[in-house]
Write a protein that binds this ligand. Structure first.
Ligand code: NAD
Length: 707
């Protein structure tokens, strides 16, 4: 498209032959801000009043068509003209409007295209309506126009799941799909010429009639059931289905009104606030304050992983998946072979599921080599150590790395609990040491806690943040403390779950309450899956901090002493039938808790679901407040990202800190104090509100206000 413009960006307007060429030009993503909306209306009006113009061509100057609404406007302000108003102007235009959708059109961007009279794209393009991820629904006619152009199931899938969809799978949404992006421009202008020369009609989607039938009614009923099962706890998906249904039960205009009603019902929920908070939180996590712009990330072309066990294997796969060669080091050839064979099995399983081709499996395996000799690591740019969780072993490994690695190589540890500063201080280049705390399974979990040591250089931090993106992780920068952010906060959660069992709750009850709150599994199921021995070893390493509480995870300790370490042996807090992961409540465990309670003088009682929820979640939030105060996390939204991606905290609650902000910090503080007073000595030990929580509660502020 020509760049000669007669109006100011973010919308360009060029009159050429019979056409008004209207260009979206609002970097970086053509968000449909007020300025863009005003510009579109002005352009359409100008074209309508110009006799030379026979058709309007809407196109984008950027690689993508438009990413949709400007969500920074969600918090309010003068939004006029609204997007639905703009789209009505386009749709009502008496001159044909042709959209050239050269790149992705998402949300309002796709709705904009749907309001045009003709749409043209290329076969590799994808479009989508991702509003559901923000706790809302497409509110600019998407739920009414899309089902008029494509089959109902596809429309529902797109709107309810928010998944980007190939344009080739979209029925009549596009009037012309050319094979390649390069051909689009020419083909689109030929098409536009045809529209004018053949006097093709102004083809409005709103004029297409949709009618309800028994079959469609049945499809909606089945679909609704599926949505209820698949998106438990989420409000917006059900609203999406209702909105699409109204396209079949209402005429276009009242269908739009119904869509607006359902949209507004979503917009005012805590879920929409939470999901929109999370959208920004995730983006904000990658911005690290205090590192100068001119600090350059180092190149990472070759990686080494020390230890080919559970974590080492998964970590290595991330790099191979990103096309980066990895050398794996074990001391014994046998352990190395075992580790590499396991990786191959993992890839082959993915291939069986159709996620990889067999060539891709081989390509990735050729990127993975093994060694038992440190000498082979002399040229790597990054080493990630994932050996046994023991300080002496870690120091020995880092000592070797210090000897063999080239200057400037980044030396990272995957430790979960050990002091990174101590590891760094044991070698000659602490500035190159960083924690890269992957979560298990490391090739699957999206979270990467990037642990900044006292001496870690800015360059190393910047490299790690960049690397997280390359290996498709969400990197969050944290400071050094026991358990970093995630595991430090999970500690009081697990402690309370265990204590509640002594006080009379059952593992099943606790897990049910937490499941209903929205976590994928409760603390007892999670403990059994991870292995109760893991928590036990962590407690063993810090008995001096918990010795004052004889009740501390006492049942878990007893279970481990009996060899009941969880799912892997068929029994832990629950029983498991051979080959099954389904927990079965075990009366012996409940009896064990009863006996321990008696021994410790703890009165058992009936415990309400609300108390279970508050006692598991509020101390976790309280720990988060300390973490924030200590600067271990730079902002509360970083903690939320860690919890959603690392622990399955429900995104519709936005993460623990957003959840706290939503219900009010005074409420959290007051309930902490309530338990402090009512749980005797135990309450005094564990329920003191964090000073930051206290201060913010007194000031009527939120965690989000801590900068
Ligand atoms: P693992 O026991 O499965 O694997 C450790 C591997 O390291 C073994 O294959 C062992 O042979 C090898 N190894 C031990 N000493 C070595 C040495 N000196 N040189 C070379 N190789 C050596 O353990 P894992 O679960 O993979 O844990 C590894 C690290 O990752 C630990 O620091 C752990 O805290 C951390 N981590 C584990 C998890 C988890 O869920 N398992 C999660 C996050 C972090």
């Amino acid at each position: 498209m020509s760049n000669e413009t007669t109006s100011v960006s973010p919308i360009t307007y060029v009159q050429e032959q019979h056409f008004a060429l209207v260009g979206l030009n609002s970097a970086p993503v053509n968000a449909l801000s007020k300025a863009v909306r005003v510009g579109i209306i002005e352009s359409v009006e100008k074209a309508l009043s110009d006799d030379k113009v026979k058709a309007i061509v809407l196109h984008s100057h950027l690689p993508l068509f438009s990413a949709g609404a400007d969500i920074s406007e969600f918090s309010g302000g003068d939004l006029s003209p609204t997007l639905p108003e703009v789209l009505e102007v386009i749709e009502r235009s008496t001159k044909p409007v042709i959209a050239i959708v050269g790149g992705n059109a998402f949300g309002g961007g796709l709705e904009l295209a749907l309001s045009c009279h003709y749409r043209i794209t290329h076969a590799k393009n994808k479009v989508g309506l991702p509003e559901v991820h923000l706790g809302i629904l497409p509110g600019a006619g998407g739920t009414q126009r899309l089902p008029r152009l494509t089959d109902l199931k596809t429309a529902l899938d797109m709107i309810v799941t928010g998944t980007p969809t190939p344009v080739t799978a979209l029925g009549n949404v596009f009037d012309l799909i050319v094979d390649s992006a390069e051909d689009l421009q020419g083909a689109a202008m030929n098409f536009a010429n045809d529209v004018v020369e053949k006097d093709m009609p102004v083809k409005r989607v709103c004029d297409i009639d949709l009618a309800m039938s028994d079959d469609i009614e049945t499809l909606f009923a089945q679909y609704s059931q599926g949505v209820a099962a698949k998106s438990t706890g989420f409000f917006a998906p059900g609203q999406c289905v209702l909105a699409v249904k109204s396209a079949f039960t209402h005429d276009f205009k009242s269908g739009l009104a119904r869509e607006t009603e359902l949209f507004m019902e979503c917009m005012t929920t805590s879920q929409a606030r939470a999901q929109q908070h999370f959208f920004f939180a995730e983006r904000a996590a990658s911005h690290v304050q205090g590192i100068a712009r001119d600090v350059k990330a180092r190149d990472i072309k070759q990686v080494a992983v020390i230890g080919a066990g559970t974590m080492g294997g998964g970590i290595a796969m991330n790099f191979a998946n990103a096309g980066i060669p990895v050398i794996m080091l074990e001391l014994q050839q046998e352990a190395l072979d075992k580790g590499l064979a396991l990786i191959r099995r993992n890839y082959e399983n993915s291939a069986k599921k159709g996620k990889l081709t067999s060539e891709q499996v081989e390509q990735r395996m050729t990127l993975l080599t093994g060694t038992t000799s440190y000498g082979d690591l002399s040229d790597v740019d990054l080493v990630i150590e994932a050996v046994f969780e023991k300080m002496s072993v870690k120091k020995e490994v880092f000592g070797m790395l210090d000897e063999v690695c080239k200057p400037g190589a980044i030396l990272a540890s995957n430790t979960s609990t050990l002091d990174l500063n101590e590891i760094a201080a044991s070698i000659s280049r602490p500035q190159d040491v960083i924690g890269l705390h992957f979560f298990s399974p490391a090739n699957v979990m999206k979270l990467l806690e990037i642990v900044r040591g006292e001496k870690t250089s800015d360059e190393v931090i910047k490299t790690a943040m960049k690397l997280a993106k390359i290996i498709r992780k969400v990197g969050v920068l944290v400071g050094v403390c026991f358990g970093f952010v995630g595991n430090r906060m999970i500690e009081p959660y697990g402690r309370e779950a265990n204590r509640l069992m002594l006080e009379g709750a059952t593992p099943e009850q606790v897990d049910r309450v937490i499941g209903k709150f929205g976590l994928p599994m409760g603390p007892f199921t999670m403990g059994d899956m991870a292995g109760l021995d893991i928590g036990y070893f962590v407690r063993e390493s810090r008995r001096e901090f918990i010795a004052h509480d004889p009740s501390y995870c006492i049942v878990a300790d007893k279970l481990v002493a009996q060899g009941r370490v969880g799912l892997k042996v068929g029994k832990g807090a629950y029983l498991y039938e051979q080959g099954s992961r389904q927990p079965i409540p075990d009366p012996d465990v409940i009896e064990m808790a009863k006996q321990e309670a008696k021994r410790l003088g703890i009165q058992q009682r009936e415990i309400s679901d609300q108390e279970i929820l508050e006692r598991c979640i509020y101390p976790l939030i309280n720990e988060g407040a300390d973490i924030l105060k200590e600067g271990i996390a730079a902002k509360s939204s970083d903690i939320d990202v860690i919890y959603v991606y690392g622990y399955g905290f429900p995104v519709f609650r936005g993460g623990p800190m957003q959840f706290a902000d939503e219900i009010g910090l005074k409420q959290i503080r007051d309930r902490m104090n309530y338990y402090k007073e009512t749980l005797g000595e135990y309450g005094q030990h564990w329920f003191t509100p964090s000073p930051l929580l206290n201060d913010l509660a007194d000031a009527g502020q939120m965690f989000a206000s801590v900068k």
